[in-house]
Design a protein around this ligand. Sequence first.
Ligand code: UT7
Length: 322
Amino acid sequence: MKRCARVIGSGGYLPETIRTNEDISKLVDTSDSWIVERTGIKTRRIAGEDETAASMAEIAARQAIEMASIEAGEIDLIIVATGSPDRVYPSTGCILQHRLEIQQCVAFDVQAACSGSIFAMSIADQYIKTGAADKVLIIGSEICSRLIDWTDRGTCILFGDGAGAVLLESTDEPGILSTHIHSDGGFEDLLYCPNPQVATASAKDEKGVITMKGNEVFKVAVNTLGRIVDETLATNNLDKSDIDWLVPHQANTRIIAATARKLKMSMDQVVLTLENQGNTSSASVLLAFNEAIRDGRIKRDQIVLLEAFGAGFTWGSALIKY
Ligand code: UT7
């Protein structure tokens, strides 16, 4: 029997503090109506002073472990996707492993910006298919609010903090049907976050904040996500109508609506969380997936398409029979 990866648990965490569009309009020249109309975002969560990517990841991870009814010690591999790690090293994965009191498992981070959790899922899928791991914990956890220039209206309206988790297990039944991941480093200048501490002398003065040419990113994102939908359907010999749910990266409602149109899907089949979460980068797809699993929208045996696009550029999808 062919080995496959099946979802056995999920979790999500959002910090308590809510920052509204109204709050942001006191910081920069913007308005609630502009932000809602152009992005779909109304509020986002901001991590508390003592919270980190690892502390938020732990809460999401424990929820997933509980849902799966397993012991943390059964996990073979932890992959944390984050662009806002607690430390340069050790990895947030190792910090999380310690927090979960797991003595023996492999743990590492993946850096693929907003596509991170899809990249992590693809890696986990390969580990499970080859028999290298049986149970894999995937996390996307981000404190975007600390990488934001709160005087830049092009970015500060978009991002939020949070963590999502998924637990995968090996099975003989269909689970993850396929994953598709891509990178093109040629777009570095359109979306990046400098690290001034390790920058060359000429780049030392750059601030360590998210820097984005939003409109240009938008156009590439719409086209690229359209292509990944075609690629995913073709690989699985499926038709658009075979997809029950779209769980997209939550960057902008207009980007998501374009992908839904491409799939000829009603927005009722799209899991949307960005209205009250904003763009939580690598956490966003897993937060949305978790929400729709827990509220019963996504049911066993349904076909779910997860997709994301982010800095790099990186992009990817995962087609899952839940
Ligand atoms: O998650 C990783 C990938 N990231 C994304 O996918 C983000 C993609 N980009 C976007 O979501 C959108 O490009 C933004 C929401 C960032 C911007 O929306 P847009 O419709 O592309 O606006 P724009 O940059 O073309 O700007 C249109 C106008 C400009 O004014 P003028 O030149 O027409 O007078 C901007 O100066 O809107 C102005 N503007 C704003 N006005 C009020 C830009 N930002 C704001 C703002 N409030 N926050």
